[in-house]
Design a protein. Structure first.
Lengths: 359, 267, 290
């Protein structure tokens, strides 16, 4: 029975009366790229700082390779970290910045030179070893920070929203770089971000945080296709939410009524025990097709607006109950040219691809 | 209108004249003393009958003047080192700690700067008489440290406020122990604040008169005390010579940090 | 963002508690101990002595406020402090005003002169006035030569000498802060005033002066408090009849070894100083609200 590489067990952090995070438990495999995804204040950064040693948890433990990490002070944990605000040492050159962890570990001079050079080559900055950080761009500084965090071969690399301070194009470039470095070095990465697209691009698995707890852990695909809670459904991918009434439930599949009397059968239900409360129905915009005639399963909508987005068209519409519904149709699809604002058409979908949430 | 220099009209002349007079008022006495230090009159008659360097010669040939100057220097250096170290520690605690009474303690540290020195001098004198510290170098250092520390704390706190602590955290994660991180990363980053603290602490001790009078003994005197006791007796031009040298030193000490800071901005 | 970093090896079982004296508190400790032992304790001791020596009771204070000699010292002190404050403010205000609005080149030059004057050794500066103001000094020589007076005036070893010397020392302390205050006044406010029809005098009395008042008050208070407790310059430039409080304290303690009385005088000075600072804090708070 192989034990997990990094095991986070029951972490809880209280500030007086306020609980910042609770019941944070997950296992991470060696070499995995795990992302903590969530809005600001959801607790993802707090968890990261507990791992880094900047905070002590109120309860719980963290085991790295079987040993409790929390017993050690920050500087002995041998973890790499990259922050949002580059945090390079301003009085040292790039080369000296990267050499710093090795000097502090009293490595031999020749060894330091070799490893610094290797680390800078990894991030494609070997020629800039002599420059001062203040003279470099944000993207370059972040790459130096990455080199500095990896130069001592840490078993674990923590990254706290490292790309939020960069513009979109640079962000995409660096996302690619991070993915490449992960593949080349095989280091275990814990990445924090609020950007779901970034999480989907980079990660092996994602932990979705909300209000101090983990709502769901899974691959991007799992989270998108099988969201466990309404929050996860709304946070990953685009979504439409409709109010629904439960008519009956059988084997975790419900028969619901939506809009004005439209009945849908066979919808998977999550959340509290079925049969009580008013659930919400999730429809993905790209899973809806439009037609003039009624088809097997669907509801009538009135089109408000059509927006051309390059490779697809986004149709804004409302149900008979005035609930907004967004539909995405690939640009090549014939029906697009037949649609106009004010038209009343049928929005069709497959009940098995829907989700109903009771929370 | 009143704050636009070019549109003041007649008021402009008034301002310029008053300012000019005040400028003369502030500078002329210093220049006057410098001139007198080269004059040959023992009763400081101006203009002097002839020019001479004899007062400087007398100054440098008198071992007591040199001795007191060296004593001042020794004490000032010790005070500077202690003030910067203690000020650094205190600033770290004040800037980063979150404990009850923090602002009150900060105010307490700054109090020796705003209260009349004579009160502190007399109080310390009494205490030191009891402890046997009166007339000792240690007593001197403690007294001067009390008035130098506020300058140090103000300067270093200001520099720490502008310092991003996550750089220090990053150093710790790189493997440096907390104090190693502070020495190798924080201290170099706030070096201008530390330098300013050192300069002000040095000047605070070097120039200090009142505490020095009470901390002195016949065998342990600083330069200001020697000047003071000399002036209580007569107005010899040797004091003019000492004053001129002190003015020159002050000018150098004041303008060096400015040059240093300008060069740092250009970096 | 982040709270303090664990300094020692205090990881613990998750529910780690920091030892009481770690981190920031222990950093402050050395300086705090210094201040407590060598500032708070001695001053308190002095106060205690003032009510215990030579015999327990408030006798020392009675003597201080009862004897004409000592009362003279108090009145000298307050008189000089008031004179110095008034002269400094009146002379310093135009200079601060000029500094705030002069073209850069001149302002820098002027500022350098003021800073140099402020940081020059106090004894050197006081000595300069001792020489200038003596009977055979330059100023009397000029006055007599120009025929303004018949015989040299007694300009030193009295209140006149002390006042001149103190104004010389205190001027930078009102000019620099006041310059800052005036600089921060938006010039367009005064332009607006003149557009509204105010002539220069009205602009001055109704706009510039009121807006500068907080700076003037703060500077004036600082100078007043400093003058009350000043030792060196009054001692050197003053005479026996013009003795001020600081010199009295020194004399009582050093020459006359009357610790109780000296302590009482020191305590009076301390209380007045603290009281004035307290008033300033109160006044500033009110000002910020309005």
């Amino acid at each position: 029975m192989t034990r997990p590489f990094l095991s986070i067990q029951g972490i809880r952090k209280d500030y007086g009366d306020f609980t910042a995070i609770r019941d944070v438990t997950l296992d991470i495999a060696r070499g995995e790229f795990m992302t903590f995804l969530g809005p600001s204040g959801s607790g993802k950064s707090t968890t990261l700082y507990i791992l880094a040693g900047f905070q002590d948890p109120t309860e719980g433990d963290v085991l790295l390779d079987g040993e409790s990490l929390l017993r050690m002070p920050s500087h002995k944990r041998n973890i790499g970290m990259v922050f949002q605000r580059y945090t390079l040492f301003p009085h040292l050159s790039v080369g000296e910045n990267v050499a710093f962890p090795l000097r502090v570990r009293r490595c031999a001079k020749s060894e330091i030179e070799d490893r610094v050079h290797a680390a800078l080559r990894l991030v494609h900055l070997e020629d800039l070893a002599g420059r001062k950080p203040a003279l470099m761009s944000g993207g370059q500084q972040q790459r130096v920070a990455l080199a500095r965090a990896l130069v001592y071969d840490p078993p674990l690399l923590l990254m706290d929203e490292p790309l939020s301070a960069l513009d979109k194009k640079l962000r995409e470039e660096l996302q690619f770089e991070i993915r490449r470095i992960h593949q080349e070095t095989g280091v275990t990465i814990l990445y924090v971000t609020h950007d779901q697209e970034e999480a989907l691009r980079l990660s092996d698995r994602i932990s979705v945080f909300s209000q101090g707890r983990i709502e769901q852990i899974g691959t991007g695909r799992e989270l998108y296709a099988e969201p466990a809670t309404r929050f996860v459904a709304g946070f990953i991918g685009d979504s439409n939410f409709l109010a629904a009434d439960i008519l009956s439930v059988a084997e975790n599949k419900a028969k619901l009524s939506i809009c004005d009397g439209i009945v849908i059968d066979g919808v998977p239900v999550q959340g509290r025990p079925a049969g009580t409360g008013r659930p919400t129905l999730l429809l993905r915009p790209e899973r809806i097709s439009l037609s003039h005639a009624r088809e097997a399963c669907g509801m009538p909508v009135t089109i408000r607006d059509l927006t051309f987005l390059g490779n697809m068209v986004e149709v804004s519409s409302v149900t008979d109950r005035d609930e907004p519904v967004k539909i995405r149709i690939p640009f090549g699809n014939r029906i697009v040219s037949e649609l106009a604002s004010g038209d009343r058409v049928w929005a069709n979908f497959d009940p098995g691809s829907l989700h109903a949430f009771q929370d | 209108m009143l704050l636009d220099f070019n549109r003041l009209g007649g008021v402009r002349y008034f301002l310029v004249i008053v300012t000019g007079l005040v400028l003369l008022f502030l500078i002329l006495p210093i220049v006057f003393i410098a001139a007198l230090s080269f004059g040959s009159s023992q009763w400081l008659i101006f203009p002097p009958p002839s020019w001479t360097l004899k007062w400087y010669a007398e100054l440098f040939s008198d071992p007591r003047w040199l001795y007191t100057a060296l004593t001042s220097l020794k004490i000032a250096v010790i005070v500077t080192v202690l003030s910067v170290v203690l000020g650094f520690l205190a600033s770290l605690g004040l800037n980063r700690g979150e404990f009850a009474g923090r602002e009150q303690i900060r105010a307490l540290f700054l109090t020796p700067m705003i209260l009349p020195v004579i009160v502190l001098a007399v109080a310390l004198y009494a205490l030191f008489l009891k402890l046997g510290l009166a007339g000792t170098t240690a007593g001197f250092v403690i007294a001067h440290l009390l008035v130098a520390l506020p300058f140090s704390i103000i300067s270093i706190s200001g520099a720490l406020d502008g310092f991003d602590k996550s750089i220090e955290d990053a150093a710790i994660l790189c493997g440096a122990s907390p104090w190693e991180a502070r020495l190798k990363v924080t201290v170099p980053s706030i070096r201008h604040g530390l330098f300013t603290a050192a300069v002000f602490s040095f000047l605070a001790s070097w120039d200090e008169v009142v505490l020095a009078i009470f901390m002195s003994s016949p065998t342990l005197q600083t330069l200001p005390v020697k000047i003071w006791t000399t002036l209580r007796q007569d107005l010899t031009p040797v004091v003019a010579a000492v004053s001129t040298i002190l003015v020159a030193l002050t000018a150098v000490l004041i303008f060096t940090p400015l040059v240093f800071r300008k060069r740092q901005k250009d970096d | 963002m982040v709270s303090s970093i664990s300094t020692g090896g205090t990881g613990g079982q998750g529910a780690a508690k920091r030892p009481f004296l770690s981190g920031p508190v222990s950093c402050i400790a050395p300086a705090l101990v210094l201040i407590a032992l060598f500032f708070i304790v001695p001053v308190l001791m002095l106060l205690v002595r003032s009510v215990l020596e030579p015999a327990p009771g408030l006798e020392n204070y009675a003597i201080l406020f009862g004897s004409t000699t000592y009362l003279r010292v108090f009145s000298n002190t307050f008189l000089v402090a008031t004179l110095v404050t008034v002269v400094s403010v009146v002379v310093g205000f135009p200079v601060a005003w000029a500094l705030a609005i002069l073209p850069r080149r001149w302002a820098v030059f002027l500022l350098a002169a003021i800073v140099l004057s402020m940081w020059t050794n106090l004894l050197a500066r006081t000595y300069a006035w001792m020489v200038l103001l003596q009977r055979t000094g330059l100023i009397n020589k000029i006055l007599v030569n120009l025929g303004i007076v018949d015989s040299p005036l007694a300009l030193v070893n009295n209140i006149t000498g002390v006042t001149v010397g103190m104004v010389y020392i205190m001027l930078p302390f009102i000019i620099l802060p006041l310059m800052g205050v005036i600089s921060s006044i938006d010039a367009s406010i005064l332009r607006a005033a003149s557009l509204c029809g105010a002539n220069r005098w009205q602009s001055f009395t109704r706009v510039l002066l009121p807006l500068s008042l907080p700076g003037i008050a703060a500077g004036a208070l600082m100078i007043f408090v400093m003058s009350l407790g000043y030792f060196v310059t009054p001692a050197l430039l003053g005479g026996a009849s013009s003795m001020m409080l600081a010199e009295l304290i020194a004399q009582l303690v050093q020459s006359l070894v009357k610790w109780g009385l000296g302590g009482a005088a020191a305590f009076v000075l301390l209380v007045v100083t603290l009281g004035l600072y307290f008033l300033q804090l109160r006044y500033l708070k009110v000002d910020k609200r309005s």
